[in-house]
Design a binder for this molecule. Structure first.
Ligand SMILES: [Zn+2]
Length: 284
């Protein structure tokens, strides 16, 4: 039986995505840094009434985040961990956040980064099953979790518990970046290990001012940016591309593939690369 693996746009086997929380003023400097390096970030914003005047203005979000092609996503209207809320309060916090941001920025917003302790513990009758269920009903496509830093660089298996690679405070960050960059996935001798890999970094831009360590994220950009074998994408771009790939339709003998989506999709079958256009059927 053949080994089939998704490849990112351009046939690439690796991707990098970034996620920063709370809509702080420092996001402006951070997004400018990512833009200059050709990287893509998702910025997770709370409700206006919660943020007050401390965060980015609407004009700054448009100019520094949306225009250069970054993403804005939800982070709870009142920045409350769903794991600590009754389901009704959890639903309200996400829905209020979504309604306000969508109206303010005139777009559909379906990404989420869990605020605070997220789903790392449960109180007041909350459970992961309930949270996943109401997020699904609220049309939330993905939700970034935290607290599970690891160097597996795996694609998520549960989009509502999307565990990132590392917070920028992880002491092993540079070591793991080197490990990720050194991966030669397409030529990996063990066929089952040729799956696509993702490096997912998250944090808060204000920490770089608090700790006076902007050099840390500048070094991360120097190392992670500009690699021809890496796709730089927002969280939603990773989600949408992966879901489109999962929609490919195969014939029973596996020799024909049909792409019913609007995405040009790439994949490899036993190390042979294929690209399939929207609406196209190809023979392998
Ligand atoms: Zn936060």
């Amino acid at each position: 039986m053949r080994y089939i693996f998704m490849r990112f746009p351009g046939g690439k086997a690796k991707a990098v995505t970034l996620s920063y929380d709370d809509g702080k003023k420092q996001d402006k400097r951070l997004s400018d840094l990512f833009t200059a390096n050709g990287m893509k970030c998702t910025f997770n914003l709370n409700g206006d009434a919660y943020r007050g005047q401390a965060g980015l203005s609407k004009e700054e979000v448009i100019e520094h985040i949306l225009k250069p092609g970054h993403e804005i996503a939800l982070h709870g209207y009142c920045h409350r961990a769903p794991g600590g809320l009754r389901p009704l309060d959890g639903i309200k916090d996400i829905l209020d956040n979504r309604l306000e941001l969508e109206q303010k920025y005139d777009r559909i917003i379906r990404g989420l980064a869990y605020p605070d302790f997220g789903i790392t513990r449960f109180e007041n009758g909350a459970s992961y099953e309930q949270i996943k269920s109401y997020l699904t009903h609220l049309d939330i496509a993905y939700a970034r979790s935290l607290g599970g830093d690891n160097n597996r660089f795996s694609m998520p298996t549960d989009w509502h518990n999307w565990v990132p690679t590392a917070s920028h405070n992880n002491p092993k960050l540079m070591e793991w970046i080197e490990e990720f960059l050194a991966l030669d996935i397409k030529n990996e001798g063990y066929p089952a290990a040729r799956e696509p890999r993702l490096f997912f970094l998250w944090g808060h831009s204000s920490e770089y001012d608090d700790k006076d360590n902007w050099h840390l994220i500048e070094t991360v950009c120097e190392k992670l940016a500009g690699h021809e074998d890496v796709w730089y994408a927002t969280n939603m771009e990773i989600y949408e591309y992966s879901e489109a790939y999962q929609s490919l339709v195969f014939s029973a003998d596996g020799k024909k593939v049909y792409n019913p989506t609007l995405f040009t999709l790439c994949f490899e079958v036993d190390m042979v690369a294929y690209t399939i256009s929207p609406g196209e059927t190809i023979t392998l």
